[in-house]
Ligand binder design. Structure first.
Ligand SMILES: [Zn+2]
Length: 498
């Protein structure tokens, strides 16, 4: 058997050029192995603490043809395409009889599925160079985006910035992505048009989805129906921001009716504030139950839930569960935006009063955040609600940083929301769970028959994985390594000149 050593840690792994090869000694987070996971033995030491499984992965024709325990070779799952002995015959056929396969010894390096980034804003991305946010607040971000959109968002501007974001995502190892798209009036035609072109151009490399983004009052007029028709035409998801207002229930009714008529899934921004009175999540759940809505509903952010009294929050969580709603938290953006220079009750949407501002400025010119901005991820998870995390905004007035790197999102999510050990049990929040919530059941998992869409790391444990950026990761698409070079920031310079 020809074993290709992976001795130099700074070099990309030497993946065989044949379409049939073996990745030996891979540390895989157990939940990524799906229903097959229970068959593999519990690891020892730190790998047991992390809930990692040591396996050999046979890759054939761009798919995972077999998964075999590295420590107990008799435990082996295979498809008909695999040329190696199956589970029934492996005990009778000695390993030396196996046909020699080009093999890479990963030496317990971690292997993940490609990531699923289910909540981004590609249309806003990478404008920080021309539209920064001087005070970092949600309100300033909101108005800065509005101005930038009016001035700059033609087809070329949208296309090139969205493409830049897609290049980053793919290079970092994301295999599926949903973006929200600001969709007021003619901007919807411009932005969805650019999105469709990119969706087609990149279809062999990444699955792209789009959801509309408008404040929900937009749906009350005839333009709401036009937008719903457009979303249906492009195979998108109907979405919007549920800002607190007296007409919210009527607005939700309208959105649900438009979605039901067109058989569309729903994806809302809700309660992105530190005001415990904001309860759009519960209202979405109640509307869904009233409609007996059967398509998938996703609610993103849900920050205020974390500041509500226990009983109130629990009631909402139960209703969310009953309605089958999936929750996506955006830990990096919400850590940045929430509790920023606001009074304790949170006034991001409504704006602080002059008296509040004066009082605050008298005390100190700036304010240290007291809370982390994330929703009740643990409580939702324990109640059986599917939870995911995602990247959200990237280098725009809502968030000046980010690179569409779902490993960074996971790393920061672990730190911000205490997604504690066994860390592998949280690996699903950036892989299998978002895949299911956006309707891609084969994505985000490492199972026999699934595409060999994998991310290979030098790191052997979660401590090693989360301590470094893992910029030298190897990304496989259909079993082949892709170019992981990130786009040059200078590509967008001509768009960013003020
Ligand atoms: Zn968002």
């Amino acid at each position: 058997m020809r074993v290709l050593s992976n001795a130099k840690t700074s070099e990309r792994m030497n993946i065989p050029t044949t379409d049939h090869y073996l990745l030996k000694h891979a540390h895989v987070p157990r939940p990524l192995l799906g229903h097959q996971a229970a068959q593999f033995p519990v690891a020892e030491g730190l790998a047991a603490f992390d809930n990692l499984v040591l396996v050999d992965l046979e890759i054939r024709g761009g798919a995972i043809a077999a998964i075999q325990s590295s420590t107990q070779p008799s435990i082996r799952l295979s498809s008909a395409a695999s040329s190696l002995p199956s589970a029934e015959t492996s005990s009778r056929v000695p390993p030396v009889a196996s046909p020699p396969l080009p093999t890479v010894d990963l030496r317990r390096g971690m292997v993940w599925s490609r990531f699923v980034d289910m909540h981004t804003h590609l249309d806003k991305g990478h404008i920080w160079g021309r539209s920064p946010n001087p005070d970092g607040t949600f309100a300033t971000a909101f108005h800065t985006i509005l101005r930038d959109r009016e001035r700059h968002w033609d087809s070329e501007d949208i296309y090139r910035r969205m493409e830049f974001g897609i290049k980053c995502s793919v290079a970092h190892g994301t295999g599926a992505l949903r973006t929200h798209i600001d969709a007021y009036n003619n901007q919807a035609n411009i932005s969805f048009g650019a999105f469709k072109a990119l969706q087609e151009e990149w279809q062999d490399r990444i699955t792209l989805q789009a959801a509309s983004l408008v404040s929900l009052d937009y749906f009350l007029g005839p333009q709401g129906e036009t937008l719903a028709d457009l979303v249906a035409l492009v195979g998108g998801v109907l979405g919007g921001v549920a800002f607190p207002n007296p007409d919210l229930d009527a607005q939700l009714d309208r959105v649900f009716a438009l979605a039901q008529e067109r058989d569309l899934s729903l994806d809302f921004h809700v309660d992105e504030s530190g005001d415990p009175a904001d309860d759009a999540l519960e209202r979405v759940a109640l509307t869904a139950l009233r409609y007996n809505f059967t398509k998938q509903i996703v609610c993103g952010h849900c920050c205020s839930l974390a500041l509500q009294p226990h009983d109130r929050a629990q009631r909402t969580i139960q209703r969310v569960k009953e309605a089958g709603i999936g929750i996506v938290s955006l830990p990096m953006c919400n850590l940045y935006l929430q509790d920023r220079n606001q009074v304790a009750t949170g006034r991001q949407y409504r704006g602080a009063t002059a008296a509040d501002t004066t009082q605050q400025q008298d005390a100190a010119p700036t304010h240290t955040p007291r809370w982390r901005g994330v929703t009740l991820l643990h409580e939702l998870h324990h109640a059986g609600v599917p939870v995911a995390i995602a990247s959200d905004n990237c280098r725009d007035p809502f968030y000046p940083f980010g690179d569409h790197d779902m490993l960074e999102v996971f790393r920061e999510g672990v730190r911000i929301a205490h997604l504690d050990s066994p860390y592998a049990d949280w690996s699903q929040v950036v892989t299998t769970t978002p895949a299911l919530l956006i309707g891609l059941p084969q994505a985000g998992r490492i199972e026999v028959g699934c595409p060999a869409d994998l991310v290979l790391f030098q790191a052997r444990s979660f401590s090693e994985l989360l301590a470094r950026s893992q910029h030298d990761r190897t990304v496989l698409h259909r079993g082949r390594p892709i170019d992981t070079t990130l786009p040059d920031y200078a590509e967008l310079d001509s768009l960013l000149v003020p």
